[in-house]
Design a protein around this ligand. Sequence first.
Ligand SMILES: C[S@@+](CC[C@H](N)C(=O)[O-])C[C@H]1O[C@@H](n2cnc3c(N)ncnc32)[C@H](O)[C@@H]1O
Length: 215
Amino acid sequence: MGKITNLGKTWLHKARLYWLQRGADESYRAYLTEQFERSLSKSTTPLQSTRLIDRLFEAVPITSDMSVLCIGSRNAAELDYMRSKGAKQVTGIDLHSESPDILVMDMHHMKFPDAHFDIVYSSHSLEHAYDAALVIKEMIRVSRNGAAIAIEVPIQYETRGSDRFDFESAEKLLSLFAPFVDQVLVSEEHPPFSPMNRYSTPIARVVFTLRKQPA
Ligand SMILES: C[S@@+](CC[C@H](N)C(=O)[O-])C[C@H]1O[C@@H](n2cnc3c(N)ncnc32)[C@H](O)[C@@H]1O
């Protein structure tokens, strides 16, 4: 019975991926398959670090009416941690999902309307983009004017396989959001295995507010 259920789940995940891939060229389909397979094989991995969420909510005190988008959440762990900190309206997106709160959606082509979220959060997901400029455009599009964006990525590491982008520094990462960056609330880099970074690569962590309309 358990085996049939697992087969059924795998079939459902693959059907949803197939739906995301419709109309895409071979290279983009291969990209999505690689990201999907890598993530699915780690779908029960616990949350590796809460640092970005902690830094975000220190800088932007969360209130129950704020809507939060979590890009590349993999499983419900990030959403659960955000809720434990007071977030009430949290939506995740990823290429697979076993949670009603995580929508199967490609971060390059989000299905949300313009100006929908108060907070857009992406931890160790932007480096997995096929086209980082397009994902950034989408992040800005779905954010409200004045929204906060929080991003953490590995930097100064060897890109390969599903790890596709090295943004090199917090400053370069922020520059990709120009001219929409309003206030920079957090901009930091940390060496591997250091008190503020549990990962094996250096990381850049930024939190900033967006100005979508001219001042
Ligand atoms: C390294 S995991 C990060 C998981 C979690 N955010 C964390 O920090 O532990 C990257 C996630 O991004 C997702 N991802 C990769 N490409 C994606 C895409 N095009 N659209 C949506 N999610 C994507 C992967 O499926 C994976 O779950």
